[in-house]
Write a protein that binds this ligand. Structure first.
Ligand code: PMP
Ligand code: GLN
Length: 390
């Protein structure tokens, strides 16, 4: 959202990255005493047994550097989790790497796999770290849109985005900010493009367990021809509602994982020593732990979406997954959502994020606003009450 001014000292390939919209909007929420429905983080902790396991690990002295690829029990738990939920077989020693959240996994992947000048296909709206990772790598983004109001993938645009320089496609499903779960047909189209043009897919599956209405998450790695060319990324942050722990992972064919490991060891080397055994334990918990979190979030989604509609926003598509709902502020005069969101804390005491922050330049998202619903019901009710002032 910042006005692009030349930042002194910052390398030219990184000009324009500025401060992330999440940091900017959380600071604004703090400064104005607003309800923060901007940055996506829950306001309640995840499973108490997982938190207890981390505390026990600290007490037991698990406080020094863990092994570079992550502790063996966590790599084994990640492999067992992928097998249990998706039937994906992974060797925990060579095909699983523990990272500092999904963010590091994705950035390390782009740095490891791209030459300067290579092209990376991003689906737009995109999570903000993707174009930043592409810029860090000296690569170039090629954007393929999801089109509102249904947010379907423009499959034709995907076909024409591929050039001789295309190296990677980053695919985020369930998707932030739209809350869409890509359909079988869309994923099959992405898989076909990857196979036909010999591309590598990096998937961002951090919302894999936060899927509603009986839908299911389908990993791209499960499509024909994809296991050997997909680096699957996920994280414990969303699954267990501990977003600050920053324990994530990358899984896939050993040569891809080895390339990412090479970069990862010079970014953070390792992280989260006491959180690693806790996440390992959490990944083995009963199915109900994973489902209950989704049920609670689906209730928050309904509360927020109904509330937004009741105060005059238009909510064209209810999110199928994740933490966020997209609403159209045009009926409330918010034809420029970026300006609307800048004023919203002062006018109503609520912080939200314009969808334009997840896009390069898109007229069709100009009046759209992203609200987080991963909050307690009373917080969502208070936000709606405040939005009623508009
Ligand atoms: N990908 C997406 C789509 C996200 O929404 C987020 C933020 N929650 C991340 C990655 C970052 O995940 P992590 O905190 O594990 O780095
Ligand atoms: N993923 C969170 C969001 O989309 C933010 C995480 C961050 O601040 N980097 O709001």
């Amino acid at each position: 959202m910042s006005v692009a001014r030349r930042a002194p000292h910052l390398a030219s390939r990184l000009q324009g990255l500025g401060t992330t919209v999440f940091a900017e909007m959380s600071a604004l929420a703090e400064a104005t005493g607003s309800v923060n429905l901007g940055q996506g983080f829950p306001d309640t902790d995840g499973p108490v047994e997982v938190a207890e396991a981390a505390m026990a690990a600290i007490r037991d002295g698990r406080n020094q550097y863990p092994p570079g690829p992550g502790i063996a029990p966590l790599r084994e738990a990640i492999a067992a989790h992928r097998q249990r939920f998706y039937g994906q077989h992974l060797d925990p020693d060579t095909e699983v790497l523990v990272t500092a959240g999904a963010t590091e996994a994705i950035t390390a992947a782009v740095l490891a796999l791209c030459e300067t000048g290579d092209e990376v296909i991003l689906i737009e709206p995109y999570y903000d770290s993707y174009p930043a990772a592409v810029a860090l790598a000296g690569a170039r983004p090629r954007l393929v849109p999801l089109r509102p109001p249904s947010w379907e993938l423009d499959v034709d645009a995907l076909g024409t985005a591929v050039t001789a320089r295309t190296r990677l496609v980053i695919v985020n499903s369930p998707h932030n900010p739209t809350g869409r779960v890509l359909t079988d047909g869309e994923l099959a189209a992405v898989a076909a493009a990857c196979v036909d043009h010999d591309l590598i897919a990096v998937t961002d599956e951090v919302y894999e367990h936060l899927v509603y209405d009986g839908l299911r998450h389908r990993p791209l790695a499960g499509y024909p021809g994809m296991a050997e060319r997909t680096l699957t990324v996920s994280s414990a942050g969303k699954t267990f509602a501990f977003t600050g722990w920053k324990v994530g992972w990358a899984c896939g064919p050993a040569p891809l994982v080895a390339a990412v490991r090479t970069v990862k060891q010079f970014l953070t080397y390792v992280n989260g020593a006491p959180f690693q055994p806790a996440v390992a334990m959490g990944l083995g918990l009963a199915d109900s732990v994973f489902c209950d979190a989704a049920d609670a979030l689906a209730a928050g989604r309904d509360l927020l979406c109904d509330g937004l509609v009741s105060v005059g926003f238009e909510v064209a598509a209810r999110p199928q997954a994740g933490y966020f709902a997209v609403a159209d502020a045009a009926p409330l005069g918010g034809t420029d959502a970026a300006a609307f969101c800048r004023e919203l804390p002062h006018r109503a005491g609520v912080v939200a994020i314009p969808v334009s922050a997840f896009c390069e330049r898109r007229d069709d998202v100009a009046s759209l606003v992203r609200f987080a619903f991963c909050k307690r019901p009373q917080v969502l009710e208070e936000a709606v009450r405040r939005l009623g002032r508009l």
